[in-house]
Every structure is written in C-alpha cells, then in structure tokens.
Design a protein around this ligand. Structure first.
Ligand SMILES: Cc1cc2nc3c(=O)[nH]c(=O)nc-3n(C[C@H](O)[C@H](O)[C@H](O)COP(=O)(O)O)c2cc1C
Length: 184
C-alpha cells in the first residue's frame, strides 16, 4: 500500500507532520508513506483559474493523490475547524467533482492539537468534506491532545498509547484499501 500523507499544518515543526512520520515508522515493509510537502504552494482557490492546465502546485497535488493507494491526513484545529490552507487544497482537489482524485480513494483522518481534545472538531469537519467529495473515509480514531507534551524537540513521538492508536488506524486504512486495489 502506497500512502500519501498530508499534514494540514505549514509549520516546519508541526506536531501533525510528526504524527504522520510516526505512522510511517509503524508500517509493514511492504507499505510506504510519503509526506506531501506542497501545501504552501497551492494558490487560493479561484474558480476562474480552475481550467486545464491547472496551476502547477494543484496539478502536483492531484497527481500525488491519484497515484497513491490511500491517503492519511493529519490536521490541526484552527478555531474549532479545518485550517484554511488544507481546506483550500481540498477544494482544488475536489474538481471536477464527478471525477475528482479523491473519489473512491481510501482516506483516514487523524489529528493533533494543543488543546485537550486532539482536533476532534476539525477532524469531524474534514471527514464531512471528504465524504462529500466521494472519498472512502475510514473509521479511525486518533486524536492527540496536548501535542506539545507528546513529542520531543526533534518531533519523536513519546507516547506508546498514541502509537497503538496509529497502528489500529493503519490496519483500518489497509482494510479499506484492499478491496479497492483488488477491484482495480
Ligand atoms: C489560528 C489558530 C487557531 C487555533 N485554534 C485551536 C482550536 O480551536 N483548538 C485547539 O485545540 N487548538 C487550536 N490552536 C492550537 C493548535 O492546535 C496548535 O497550534 C497545534 O499544535 C497546531 O498543529 P501543528 O503543531 O501541526 O502546527 C489554534 C492555533 C492557531 C494558530
């Protein structure tokens, strides 16, 4: 399984990027996880610019999602919702709606925030958006609250309970992906 990992945070020291890297370390040798680094380059969505050829950063995003077997998104929470940059990128990826690259794509949403609840509201809204785009949203539960206490200065995950949750989430995402690959 080739997983495209998307962090909803632009910060180099992002806890959500660290969470995705921690997930990558738990994969079986047959699976791969690539962290997408292009979020900052995606322009603000403008329907008049949504023509072929797409802006290069948008084309790169669409190609990365299309070529992945599954997508793992880790989101922070901004004002109880999805960070604008991530929502903006998904709006680009969602067009054209009938054939968008997320349609039928297995996707898992996880998240981390500074608050107690681990970005649960942002995660819920993200799942709603992805479902509206036609993605196969896996039922996983990884909400890492008080992120500043769960990673060291280098971004290494310090919490074995979170590691267990990540393992469960990866297994669920894999189970969601297998039938899609088999049917391809
Ligand atoms: C504009 C803004 C709004 C925020 N709103 C929330 C919030 O509603 N709930 C929360 O738990 N944390 C909130 N935070 C704190 C983030 O959860 C925290 O900065 C988190 O570590 C960001 O994720 P990152 O480390 O991946 O960048 C907010 C931070 C910013 C900058």
């Amino acid at each position: 399984m080739r997983i495209l990992a998307i962090s909803g945070s632009l910060r180099p020291g992002s806890h959500n990027a660290s969470l995705l890297r921690a997930a990558g370390e738990l994969l079986s040798p047959l699976d791969t996880l690539e962290l997408w680094e292009g979020l900052r380059e995606v322009p603000p969505y403008d329907q008049d610019d949504d023509v072929e050829p797409a802006p290069p950063a948008v084309a790169a995003l669409r190609a990365a999602v299309a070529s992945a077997d599954a997508v793992l998104i880790a989101t922070p929470e901004y004002n109880s919702s999805i960070p604008g940059a991530l929502k903006n990128a998904l709006d680009w990826a969602s067009r054209p709606i009938a054939t968008n690259v997320f349609r039928n794509k297995p996707v898992a949403v996880i998240g981390s925030s500074a608050g107690m609840f681990g970005a649960v509201w942002a995660q819920a809204e993200l799942r709603k958006v992805l479902a509206a785009m036609g993605a196969r949203v896996a039922e996983v539960e990884v909400a890492v609250g008080r992120a500043q206490d769960r990673f060291d200065e280098q971004g290494n995950l310090l919490d074995d309970d979170v590691r267990e949750l990540l393992l469960d989430a990866l297994a669920t995402l894999s189970a969601e992906t297998r039938p899609v690959l088999a049917a391809a």
